[in-house]
Design a protein. Structure first.
Length: 191
């Protein structure tokens, strides 16, 4: 993959707000982010979560489709993470993998950085920025009983197709690893 320039976060001046140096707090909670385990939202609510360890302990969940990206979750950083995991690997034979950049700008950046080529060589389909499987509109609508891992933002009943399909919400890293194994997986499962 090519090196990339830092992202530009704003096109105009903005104000940063911070707490006063002498601010008092009722409680301070420190979280070691390195100790957090990949977490997946199970059907049919985003808050119905399990860690990858809980999933492995109860058995494998084979999937039929992976969706990485959407209008709300197709950031360039997401695409870089997924491409890094999928680079040099192939998606599971039976699996549909759909990549949807969030904007035309991100789509062009993916092309410039070689991410699109990585996805296609892995066996994924790369779409232009559009609505699609996330809302059950087209391109990857789930059939009866199918299961999908998706980086989209909702997994309600019937959201991506048939009312008895299942949508598991995950990070781009978990979605990309799952695309390779054909079941809900963490990147560490590929090593």
């Amino acid at each position: 993959m090519k090196e990339h320039a830092p992202e530009k976060f704003a096109n105009k001046d903005y104000q940063v707000y911070e707490a006063d140096e002498d601010a008092e707090y009722d409680e301070v909670i420190e979280i070691d982010l390195g100790s957090l385990r990949p977490t997946i939202a199970f059907p049919h609510l985003p808050e119905n979560t399990k860690t990858i360890d809980e999933i492995h302990a109860t058995g494998d969940i084979k999937i039929d489709q992976v969706v990485i990206g959407s209008c709300t979750n197709g950031r360039i950083d997401d695409m870089r993470i997924a491409a890094d995991i999928m680079n040099g690997r192939k998606v599971a034979d039976w699996l549909r993998v759909i990549i949807i950049p969030g904007t035309q700008e991100i789509y062009l950046q993916m092309l410039r950085e070689g991410l699109t080529e990585i996805f296609i060589e892995a066996g994924a389909i790369v779409s232009t920025p559009t609505c699609g499987p996330c809302l059950g509109g087209h391109m990857g609508i789930l059939a009866h009983g199918e299961k999908a891992v998706s980086t989209t933002n909702r997994n309600f009943i019937g959201r991506m197709g048939a009312i008895d399909s299942e949508i598991y919400l995950a990070s781009p890293a978990v979605a990309a690893a799952s695309a390779i194994t054909g079941q809900i997986s963490s990147p560490e499962d590929l090593q």
